[in-house]
Design a protein around this ligand. Structure first.
Ligand SMILES: Cc1cc2nc3c(=O)[nH]c(=O)nc-3n(C[C@H](O)[C@H](O)[C@H](O)COP(=O)(O)OP(=O)(O)OC[C@H]3O[C@@H](n4cnc5c(N)ncnc54)[C@H](O)[C@@H]3O)c2cc1C
Length: 281
């Protein structure tokens, strides 16, 4: 690594546990000790070579077994393009099926991250088909997507397990709500639908307004749900929610592809850009 990457890596360690699975498991153990569940993610996306897709699937299979062997409160979350969705759909389905089956046998959830809009249809199609065989499978829905309300209604009708997020990709403007206010508004609307008609879902945000909204909804509705947040963000709020008796889960990424993920986190928040600049001076 060059000096610049070295410095960025030091800052990135706030959001990732490291490059190796062993580091992710160590981080996860510490998080579990605080009464917080974990979702481990092996970083990567847009895999176009079969051997790389195979390696990603193998890593996740080992990871699921390590979570079980270490008796952790945890599971994994993967992206379908890690298993080659953009070039070989059959391969991606085959690998996801293996992971879903093993997750079931180990009594774990398997989450599918939602990627850019060109993969939304395929991801949901694969999810729905696989969920009919594996009820331990969950999928993320993005509140910035205008289509998400209709996707949510379809998934709820089938008993699907949903993680509601704001959405993290750059999308064509006709597909998404653009302003912060609109995205928050749609998140609130979808979250209300989840509390009223759904069950076993995740509210995945660090936004205090939305978290307060969920706290309020939880007073009058009693579904099973969890809060999910990313490693390194709003640690005090996580502790506060655990203290209040909510189930809290930390999403912990690791792996060689740490750079893009960390830069996304850095760009998301102005204070992080400042932190990065200071370390580079
Ligand atoms: C568990 C989990 C899984 C996710 N899975 C997906 C997925 O599958 N697909 C997808 O598109 N997106 C996913 N995301 C990312 C998500 O879409 C958002 O990009 C991300 O959560 C930031 O949005 P926010 O709701 O926290 O709101 P924001 O408005 O971005 O943040 C709210 C507050 O949180 C704090 N905060 C947020 N980000 C940072 C940061 N980087 N550094 C410091 N403070 C920060 C700040 O106080 C900020 O004001 C996931 C997020 C989580 C928590």
């Amino acid at each position: 690594m060059g000096i610049k990457q070295d410095l960025v890596y030091k800052i990135a360690k706030r959001w990732i546990s490291g490059r190796e699975m062993s580091e992710a498991l160590e981080t996860a153990k510490g998080v579990n000790k605080k009464g917080i569940g974990v979702i481990l993610n092996y970083l990567g996306e847009d895999v176009t070579e079969t051997p790389v897709a195979e390696r990603h699937a193998e890593e996740y299979l080992r990871l699921q077994r390590a979570i079980a062997d270490n008796k952790m409160d945890g599971c994994v979350s993967a992206k379908l393009t890690q298993f080659g969705l953009s070039v070989d759909e059959k391969l991606a389905i085959e690998k996801t099926e293996l992971l879903a089956r093993q997750a079931k046998s180990l009594n774990q959830m398997l989450w599918l991250d939602m990627e850019g809009s060109k993969f939304t249809d395929k991801t949901l199609e694969i999810y729905e088909d696989m969920f009919s065989r594996h009820d331990n499978l969950g999928v993320a829905l993005q509140a910035y997507m205008k289509r998400s309300e209709s996707d949510l209604m379809k998934l709820i009708a089938k008993g699907g397990k949903i993680r509601l997020v704001k959405g993290a990709y750059r999308e064509p403007s006709d597909l998404v709500y653009r302003t912060r206010k609109e995205v928050r508004g749609n998140f609130t609307k979808l979250m209300k639908i989840l509390f009223e008609r759904g069950n076993n879902f995740a509210v995945a945000t660090h936004d205090s307004v939305l978290i307060d909204g969920a706290r309020e909804l939880a007073k009058s509705h009693r579904p099973t749900f969890e809060f999910e947040m990313l490693k390194g963000i709003r640690e005090e709020l996580k502790a506060e929610l655990v203290e209040e008796g909510y189930r809290m889960v930390d999403y912990i990424p690791y792996g060689d592809q740490w750079y893009d993920y960390s830069m996304r986190r850095i760009r998301e928040h102005p204070s992080n850009v400042w932190l990065l600049l200071r370390s580079l001076l």
